[in-house]
Design a binder for this molecule. Structure first.
Ligand code: KG4
Ligand code: ZN
Length: 335
């Protein structure tokens, strides 16, 4: 059963074909990151325009590379939220037109459900239930994945998302966008114990917070500049990265312990962070818990994950009507 996935919720225009939710047939991603880097972050208006320009060719390529026509698809799946509304509207309207013209069902996909489905593409044996940290540019959630289409949020960020914090600190340190890979690269040459950064105290047992950490970095930079002292960028990058990764890993492992979870997963752009992967690998080994990490090519935004999630939504009878719209804010347990 072939599903074409379409993704345009942030700064990647992507289309992909996946067979039976698990087998990748094609995966096309047109990234706008280089252009947004000029402005230090994603400019929504530019993102929408680039999606409009790219989406038709990207979808055609995905079908071509899978050696399929639209007629051979079972359904078209599209990210309808959450995300930047302009980008979502481009994807949703394109997918609607394609599904209508090919007379195929249209499947609405929640972006974070897509990130979780990236794990199904990476691990043929992985099945729910499991515990999953989803950390991206817009979200940091600890989620119980009860089935392919049923989710319970145990904890979340009370302010900035982990990826957002990486992006903001990267900009402050002059390292560019996207911030996660830039900070990780700079951190390779740094000492993670060089700067003392705070750990937030939070009411929610599985909640996280990164805004204070980001402000602490900013304050240290400002103080140094007032005293005419240099900041060591690799040391700051390493100290910041280590603290973010520690916070994420600690909360995820705490939830795993409390709920006696035996299978833990990580998804989203921040799942590409090598140090986070290492900390969790060691932590899970100690706890005797099985850890599944997504392949690096499926961590960031792509449409293969949307096609995979779309397959399970389709089997569950989640079909869009003609009035499907993009939704900027949408909880993962919306349905
Ligand atoms: O999931 P994603 O591609 O898009 C959203 O849904 O937001 O996540 C993008 C985020 C960005 O904030 C980016 O800086 C972060 O993921 N990211 C990383 C790494 N690679 C990407 N953060 C930390 N370490 C990385 N290696
Ligand atoms: Zn994403």
């Amino acid at each position: 059963m072939y599903i074409l996935g379409i993704e345009s919720s942030c700064d990647e225009t992507a289309a992909a074909v996946v067979a039976d939710g698990r087998t990748l047939c094609s995966n096309v991603v047109a990234s706008q990151a280089a252009e947004h880097n000029l402005y230090g972050g994603v400019v929504p208006e530019i993102a929408s325009r680039r999606h409009i320009e790219a989406i038709s060719a990207v979808a055609s390529q995905a079908l071509e590379q899978a050696h399929l026509t639209a007629q051979q698809l079972e359904a078209v799946a599209v990210t309808f939220g959450p995300g930047l509304i302009g980008g979502l509207l481009v994807g949703v309207n394109f997918a609607k037109g394609l599904a209508f013209s090919a007379q195929k069902p249209l499947v609405p996909v929640h972006h974070l459900r897509g990130h979780i489905a990236a794990l199904y593409l990476s691990h043929p044996d992985l099945k729910p239930p499991f515990l999953c940290l989803v950390a991206s540019g817009g979200h940091s959630h600890i989620i119980r994945v009860k089935s392919y289409t049923s989710f319970e949020v145990l904890g979340r960020t009370v302010d900035d998302a982990a990826g957002e914090a990486f992006d903001k600190v990267s900009r402050t340190l002059g390292l560019g966008y996207p911030g996660g890979p830039a900070v990780a690269k700079a951190a390779l040459l740094g000492d993670k114990t060089a700067y003392q950064l705070p750990t937030p105290k939070l009411a929610g047992r599985y909640d996280v917070s990164f805004s204070g950490l980001k402000t602490a970095v900013l304050n240290l930079i400002n103080q140094a500049s007032m005293q005419n002292k240099p900041i060591c960028v690799p040391d700051m990058a390493a100290s910041f990265q280590y603290r973010v990764d520690e916070i994420l890993a600690e909360k995820l492992l705490l939830a795993a312990q409390d709920f006696k979870e035996k299978v833990i997963c990580v998804a989203g752009g921040v799942a590409a962070n090598e140090q986070l992967r290492q900390i969790l690998t060691e932590g899970c080994e100690k706890m005797g818990v099985q850890l599944y990490l997504p392949q690096l090519r499926f961590c960031g935004d792509n449409a293969a994950m949307i096609a995979s999630a779309g397959y399970y939504e389709y089997l569950d009878g989640n079909l869009a009507q003609d009035d499907l719209n993009g939704v900027a804010t949408l909880s993962i347990d919306y349905r």
